[in-house]
Every structure is written in C-alpha cells, then in structure tokens.
Write a protein that binds this ligand. Structure first.
Ligand code: NI
Length: 257
C-alpha cells in the first residue's frame, strides 16, 4: 500500500511538472505569427482549389513534362538538348534571378518551342509573404522574362509547392493560373534514373503534369538527365503526346500584349 501511494505521488508530481511546462512549450511550437491571419490562410477552400491546375483532361492521351528552378548551364541546357533530340516540347518554370543571369537559355527555350512559366524571383515560400511581396516577386520575374523573350507568362508555379488562400487568391487575381502537378518525381533529392522512371510509371495517367527540376538544390540531377530519354520513349510508345501546359489545359501561356 505504501509503495502504491509513493508511486502515485511521484506520478502526480511528474504530471504537475509536465502540465506546468507543456502549455508554454506547445504555445511556442504552434503559435503562428498572427493567429487569426494564419488560420485564415492555411486551408484552401473548394473555390481556391479550383483555381489550381493539378492535371489536364484525363480522357485525352496528353502529358506535360515540367521543369522547375532553372535556367542554368549545368542541367537546363542538357535537358534542352534531350528535348530537341526527341522533338518534344516542355514547360520550364524559371526563377527571375537565374533568368537575369542566363538570358540566352531563356531565349533558346522559346525558340525551341517550349513554354516558360513564372516560379518567383528568388524561390521564396509565398505563404510567408504578404500580398505586396507576392506581387513584387511575380512582377520582377515576369519583367525579366519579358525583357529577353518578349513574352509575359501567365502560368505560375509556387516555390516548394507552398500555397494557401492568400497565395492562390493574390496570384489568380493578377491573371495567373496556378500550375501544380499530379506526378512528383522528387528528382531534386538526387534520385536515380530507375527510381524516377518507376515513380512516373506508377503514378502517371492521361492528362498528367509531371514535375522535374532543371537546376537548383545541392543534389545531383543526373538521374533526371538519364531518365529523360527513356521516359520520353516509353510515354510515346504508350501513345502519349508530350505537350506544353498551354496545350494540355487550353489556356494561354502568355499575356496578349
Ligand atoms: Ni522550385
């Protein structure tokens, strides 16, 4: 009996200590910078989800290859070489700051029939930005793309795929279509070509938008480079037409100037 009481007292003491600490600990972990704001922003409503494109018509045998985070001289140009060799058009979601550094690659993309989309200026998480900062990131990037190609993109892909109500609303109010994906190769993690091919085969269907990367990140994109020719052949043999996003979803890629 004495033992039982002792155990209980110790247990109670531990509980008291824990309950005294945990509210602070939990509050510290979960408190958003502005609670009401953050909750407002967190969940996408049905309306907002409809403003985001995850795939094209699932009855039409078309698939869009998309490449984020370029342009660079290390991988983007090699991807462009592969696409040219196989006569395939794709969509590149580029960063404004890299577009400024590598304008010749941008020009090449357009010349070779690819579509360019806006992936922000500096690959910043848009859910951490206010409306003014979002507008700035979009406008600076589009200005850079416009300067070198004469095209003003209307497709936007959120960096990190991070989006909330404010992001989707702010971006679509400015006339952009938010382009997501339904097949994520996770190639930026340095995946092997085999793994990338396996992921695509397992998850793709008619109308799919497949996410690859053409630059950025510390890991190698050699897997992407090696997988690409094999994937293109595989998809074509299966009867899929590889198209740009504007061809997949029948929306204009650029502002009519
Ligand atoms: Ni990205």
């Amino acid at each position: 009996m004495k033992n039982f009481l002792q155990t209980n007292v110790i247990f109670l003491l531990i509980m008291v200590i824990l309950s005294g600490c945990s509210p602070y600990y939990l509050a510290f972990l979960s408190l958003p910078r502005d609670p009401s704001d953050q909750q407002e922003r967190d969940v996408l409503s049905v309306d907002e989800k409809q403003k985001v494109v995850f795939h094209g018509n699932q009855k039409s045998k078309k698939i869009a290859l998309t490449f984020d985070d370029g342009p660079d001289h290390r991988y983007t140009v090699r991807i462009l070489d592969i696409l040219r060799k196989h006569h395939v058009s794709a969509t590149f979601f580029v960063l404004g700051k890299l577009a400024r550094k590598n304008p010749q690659i941008l020009k090449r993309m357009v010349k070779e029939g690819h579509t360019i989309g806006n992936h922000s200026w500096s690959h910043t998480d848009f859910t951490k930005l206010n409306q003014k900062e979002i507008t700035q990131q979009l406008a600076m990037t589009n200005r850079e793309i416009q300067k070198w190609t004469g095209k003003t993109p209307l497709f936007f892909r959120p960096p990190f795929g991070a989006m909330d109500r404010l992001v989707v609303d702010a971006v679509s109010e400015q006339g952009y279509a938010v382009i997501y994906w339904d097949v994520d190769t996770k190639d930026w993690q340095g995946k092997s070509a085999d793994k990338i091919i396996q992921t695509v085969k397992k998850n793709m269907h008619a109308g799919s938008i497949i996410l690859f990367h053409s630059a950025g990140g510390p890991k190698s994109l050699d897997g992407t480079i090696q997988a690409l020719p094999k994937l293109i052949s595989f998809l074509q043999k299966q009867g899929y037409e590889l198209v740009t996003i504007d061809q997949l979803i029948d929306l204009p890629a650029y502002r009519q100037n």
